[in-house]
Design a protein around this ligand. Structure first.
Ligand SMILES: [Zn+2]
Length: 373
């Protein structure tokens, strides 16, 4: 019995919901014997369960589905507002906490062990079925070794976050860039479930980006694929934290918008700026239009280079329905070559502070069940 068949059937059930054995045979291309064996094994492990019986033309068949509480995953976002969640296999957040980060990276192992005791107390069903821990970090990570290569937010450099957490907690720990973690969550449990390819762009204080192509995160040679935040949007523009000038982050991020708005005597947040723009305030209109257009133009360049099926733009707390988003959409759609048709749909989606932590939990689920078994 190969692990590959387990992964294949779990992915089908995750993508489609409950399926009969006949459907699994047809959709997987596996033999009847292999599907019988693998489903029996997954049932014995409690990862899938029998659902309803379907009465069709032939013999009634029982449908099988993923058992939500057969495995749990902890996700931790090491962000501005760090959050920890407990997720299940249906992609539900069962528990969440605002948390503190440890003062020193070397303390992260025992720190996470203490945190986990809150969502999965010793002896509880959650603790017994806890299968992995995901950690989402802004910055560059080496997902293979669990190393946080560089994170401006935490100040960590070459920090062995994954190994420290694994050692302290006795569970596999997976470290991922935060935009990539969010991308995995959208692919595994969200609106992009099993999409052939999509690019995700997160608009926040900084701009993040992840590419999912053929079920794999596209990382590039050095793990820097998707760093559109530091692609040049305005040659010779404002200095960026990365050392360059005119990066997209200096034009279209919420930090840049806030900086420019405050300097112009306008409110520093997107929502009040949008309100002012809707009332005809020319300063607000100009700022939002400039930022949205710069992001849209970058999306168009990205589409020309990567050709994703979909583009999903997300922002924590929403707010992507005003002038900023309209200018973004207009610039993107106006600068993507009309052929080959159809062009990708540029969709927007609201996320919350918990979404990043859930992204981390999704990474743990993805790596421990949906890629390897
Ligand atoms: Zn930069």
């Amino acid at each position: 019995m190969s692990c590959r068949s387990h992964v294949q059937l779990l992915r089908l059930l995750n993508q489609c919901g409950p399926l009969s054995r006949a459907e699994l045979i047809r959709m997987s291309g596996l033999s009847k014997g292999a599907v019988s064996m693998v489903t029996a094994d997954l049932l014995a492990r409690g990862l899938i369960e029998t659902r309803d019986t379907v009465y069709g033309g032939g013999r009634p068949s029982t449908r099988l589905g993923i058992a939500a509480d057969s495995a749990f995953f902890v996700g931790i976002s090491l962000a501005d507002r760090p959050v920890m969640v407990l997720g299940d296999l249906h992609g539900m957040i069962l528990d969440r906490y605002d948390i503190e980060l440890p003062g020193q990276v070397m303390e992260i192992g025992p720190h996470v062990r203490r945190l986990i005791a809150r969502v999965a107390p010793e002896g509880s069903r959650q603790a017994q079925r806890l299968r992995g821990i995901g950690l989402a970090v802004s910055g560059l990570v080496d997902e293979q070794s669990g190393l946080c290569v560089r994170s401006t937010l935490t100040g960590w450099e070459n920090a062995p976050v994954g190994p420290l957490v694994t050692q302290a907690c006795g569970l596999p720990a997976y470290v991922e860039n935060d935009a990539n973690a969010l991308t995995v969550a959208q692919y595994r449990f969200g609106p992009m479930r099993e999409a052939a390819s999509f690019s995700l762009i997160s608009v926040g204080q900084g701009i993040g980006c992840g590419h999912m192509f053929g079920g794999e995160l596209f990382r590039g040679f050095r793990g820097g694929a998707g760093e559109i935040a530091h692609a040049t949007a305005e040659p010779g523009g404002l200095p960026c934290l990365c050392g360059k000038t005119g990066c997209l982050d200096t034009v279209a991020s919420m930090a840049a918008l806030s900086h420019l708005a405050t300097r112009a005597g306008l409110p520093g947040d997107l929502e009040p700026l949008e309100q002012l723009a809707a009332q005809g305030n020319l300063g607000a209109v100009e700022l939002l239009h400039r930022a949205g257009s710069a992001l849209g133009l970058m999306i168009a360049q990205m589409v020309q280079i990567m050709d994703p099926q979909h583009v999903l733009v997300v922002r924590e707390g929403g707010g992507l329905e005003g002038l900023f988003a309209r200018a973004m959409r207009q610039a993107a759609e106006g600068n993507i070559m009309p052929q080959p048709a159809p062009r990708p749909r540029i969709m927007t989606h609201d996320v919350t502070a918990d979404s990043w932590a859930f992204g981390a939990a999704s990474v743990a689920a993805d790596r421990s069940l949906f890629r390897e078994f």
